[in-house]
Design a protein around this ligand. Structure first.
Ligand SMILES: C[S@@+](CC[C@H](N)C(=O)[O-])C[C@H]1O[C@@H](n2cnc3c(N)ncnc32)[C@H](O)[C@@H]1O
Length: 226
């Protein structure tokens, strides 16, 4: 494993950051990139064991960011991604919104193209509905999970399968976890995400709402060391 020196690392990260904001602004923003960077750097610094996974990768924007962060820290662990690659499943009444079946669809070729642009090793892709793939397909131990399935049922199954596999000190970031009490600027776009978290963890919840300069809706759960 080779570690990129600090100046070279900042240059690569700066270039990829700019490109992601320009080409993938529908799913990533400076607040999201900042928090994921902080989490990946902590996990590598603290030597948290386990795999890195993303549940709901769409076109692979955040996957690329995770890959480049790892590469420039000399960490060659693979990133595993899970997605229907056919978009969202049906919404349920717990979502309090209706999204068309198949919204946010991107194929595996789009993820490959995202990685090819930067000459990076593509993630291990596991296509299918979470309900059918996670139980068998997730690695036994997880250091970091990016949970971004947008909907109540998708978040529910993601938590059921990921939390028991989290290594001590391992973390989950939950996109669209909107807690207006913690961050009044947050936009409640997908209420089913926090609902699934509150049901899974109970209230008061160990999920921390992360602060943002914009309208960030982001939750973080860290498995205690003991
Ligand atoms: C908002 S997009 C993910 C964006 C991506 N994480 C990023 O940051 O660029 C949500 C993705 O979750 C996937 N998805 C949601 N629920 C799913 C489920 N139950 N099974 C499989 N894929 C699901 C959709 O296909 C979609 O690609």
């Amino acid at each position: 494993m080779t570690t990129t020196d600090t100046a070279a690392r900042e240059e690569i990260l700066g270039d990829v950051h700019q490109w992601l904001l320009r080409e993938h602004g529908e799913t990533v923003d400076p607040d999201r990139l900042h928090h994921v960077r902080a989490e990946i750097e902590r996990i590598v610094r603290e030597g948290v064991p386990g795999a890195l996974v993303e549940l709901g990768c769409f076109r692979g924007a955040m996957t690329l960011w995770i890959r480049v962060l790892l590469d420039t820290l000399g960490d060659d662990r693979p990133v595993h991604v899970f997605d229907s690659f056919q978009g969202l499943p049906d919404t349920t009444e717990e979502d309090e919104i209706v999204m068309p079946l198949g919204a946010m669809a991107a194929g595996m070729a789009e993820v490959e193209a995202t990685f090819a642009t930067w000459g990076r090793t593509p993630p291990l892709m596991c296509p299918g509905w979470f309900e059918d793939t996670l139980a068998e397909g997730l690695p036994e131990s997880i250091a970091f999970g990016y949970l971004d399935g947008d909907l109540y049922t998708s978040t529910q199954v993601s938590l059921v399968e990921c939390v028991p596999r989290l290594a001590p000190g391992g973390a989950l970031i939950l996109d669209d976890y909107a807690d207006p009490e913690a961050n009044p600027r947050t936009i409640v776009k997908f209420p089913g995400v926090k609902r699934a978290c509150d049901e899974y963890f109970g209230v008061p919840s160990p999920v921390e709402a992360l602060p943002g300069k914009g309208d960030l809706a982001y939750g973080r759960y860290v498995r205690p060391l003991r």
